[in-house]
Design a protein around this ligand. Structure first.
Ligand code: PLP
Length: 496
């Protein structure tokens, strides 16, 4: 299937979109139309395992890829996850569901897509007849970086570079990234926050001069961030899979509506849910949950996006983002796929840090989503209460989504006319990935050492410590460089 740029200047195949990452006009690639899933396909998918379901969905976008090879790649990717289901759905007594997406090699949901991206990229290069090596440049608020490192380490013909905000990731995330093996990877800290990192990376992507220099070294530049359609597409699959699990376990009937609550940062994960809905998944409300960096909640409330505001470092660092890149893809839909209008709004954002929707666009925005945010105290309380009540420990990001979902449920209860649906809360990370903050939420105790936190959480919850967390404890720190945002490209050139 062809993809088009949200800014109107480019049309490419799916393979090209993955290899290129971002459109050359600065826009993001979106599918030309949303492929639909038929009633027969829904029935068939009910009897399939996760990789088979994912292959069916992905093949609709990656139609030039060989179906059997794609399925084989998906099976191989998800075989690296702990347990036999990479995306298990857990039912709580309250009637809420948690979709656990953190059983992969780096313990966050980023593995769901980044374990598949290497295949999509490699095949994509083959299909395009590209012989160059690939250079993957990534900005991370912690989890994308590690998942990209783990999944691309040792990959032939690939070099990967990860920039993360010096003080904007958890100690465990830093430990995971800076101990990464592989001669083809590099990790560099940037003075500033995630937005500074992301803006620095986008500048390199947008600069003809930088691209040329990278090409001269024999590399094609691409991205492993969720701006890359190859990152986004595999995320659509777990919404279908969760839905089918609800059907096959008799919790809902085929066709019943389900709401999803998603802890949101760069707007990739929840956008994938929206795409699933556009493909025919019976989704009611999409609940967009933010932490104290509530730029999205305000956007939904007022119709004005305003990134000019204080930036807070929170205990859910992967959501500490003021410029949510993937929102551009939703804006494109809200404007009726009007590329000129989308470009205008994005230019205003780049120039002045803000833009406003029209009344009609704002109405559409509110029609399908509910947006809410939590304070740090509310997140802590939610994690504590949930563990007290159900014995189920959540990570800090999931805690944000759970709290917003609970408040949404309360709000509906107050209105006798409202229609309610089962709510699936997307659980995006293992509690062991943010051990200090989770321990604090569960017990009120502060510990300095991440692994002490891990041990204490284990004693308290009896939850199994994932092998990848155990594995990084005694590994030597390999990457120690810190640079200012202006110096990022110099580091790239040094590495290549
Ligand atoms: C990346 C991340 C998020 C936010 O996802 P987006 O796709 O950026 O909205 C939430 N939780 C965790 C644990 C993450 O790693």
């Amino acid at each position: 299937m062809d993809l088009i740029s949200t800014r109107g200047g480019e049309r490419v195949t799916a393979a090209q979109a993955v290899v290129q990452g971002i459109a050359s006009d600065g826009g993001l690639f979106v599918p030309e139309t949303f492929p639909s899933v038929s009633a027969e396909e829904f029935e068939a998918m009910a009897g399939m395992d996760y990789p088979e379901r994912a292959a069916l969905i992905l093949k609709k976008y990656f139609d030039e890829y060989d179906g059997e090879a794609l399925l084989a790649a998906l099976k191989e990717a998800y075989a690296k996850f702990e347990g036999d289901d990479p995306a298990p759905l857990v039912r709580m007594e309250s009637g809420m569901y948690l979709l656990e997406l953190y059983h992969g090699p780096t313990c966050s949901f980023k593995d769901m897509a980044l374990s598949v991206l290497p295949y999509l990229l490699k095949k994509g290069c083959e299909l395009l007849g590209k012989k160059d090596k690939v250079f993957i440049l990534t900005a991370t608020s912690g989890d994308t970086g590690k998942a990209a490192l783990e999944n691309f380490a040792g990959a032939e013909g690939v070099k990967l570079m990860v920039f993360y905000p010096e003080d904007g990731v958890s100690k465990m995330q830093k430990q995971q990234m800076c101990t990464q093996d592989g001669d083809n990877v590099n990790v560099v800290a940037v003075r500033g926050n995630f937005d500074d990192c992301q803006t620095g990376v986008k500048k390199i992507f947008g600069s003809e001069k930088c691209r040329k220099q990278i090409e001269e070294k024999g590399y094609l530049l691409t991205s492993a961030n969720s701006v890359n359609f190859g990152r986004l597409a595999p995320q659509i699959c777990y919404y279908f899979s969760a839905y089918l699990d609800l059907v096959t376990s008799g919790q809902i009937g085929m066709g019943d509506l389900v709401d999803f609550a998603v802890p949101t940062g760069n707007f990739g994960d929840i956008l994938a849910a929206y795409y699933a809905k556009r493909m025919g998944l019976p989704v009611g409300t999409l609940i967009c949950a933010s932490n104290k960096n509530n730029v999205l909640t305000d956007f939904w409330r007022t119709g004005a996006y305003d990134a000019k505001r204080p930036f807070y470092r929170t205990m859910s660092p992967s959501m500490d983002i003021l410029i949510a890149s993937n929102l551009e893809r939703l804006i494109f839909e809200l404007t009726g796929r009007n590329a000129a209008r989308t470009s205008g709004l994005m230019e205003a954002l780049a120039k002045s840090g803000r833009y406003s929707l029209s009344t009609e666009e704002h109405r559409k925005l509110k029609a399908e989503f509910y947006a809410g945010c939590t304070s740090e105290d509310e997140t802590v309380e939610c994690i504590y209460d949930f563990f007290e009540e159900y014995g189920y420990p959540m990570d800090t990001h999931t805690g944000v989504a759970m709290n917003v979902a609970q408040r949404y449920e309360e709000k509906l209860k107050e209105d006798p006319m409202s229609e309610t649906h089962p709510i699936v809360v997307v659980s995006t990370a293992s509690p062991y990935k943010f051990p200090q903050d989770v321990l604090y939420a569960l017990t009120g105790n502060d510990v300095k050492d991440s692994f002490k936190g891990v041990k204490r959480i284990h004693l308290l919850t009896a939850m199994k410590v994932p092998d990848p967390i155990k594995a990084v404890r005694y590994k030597p720190i390999r990457f120690k460089t810190t640079v200012s945002a202006e110096k990022m490209f110099d580091e790239v050139l040094k590495f290549l």
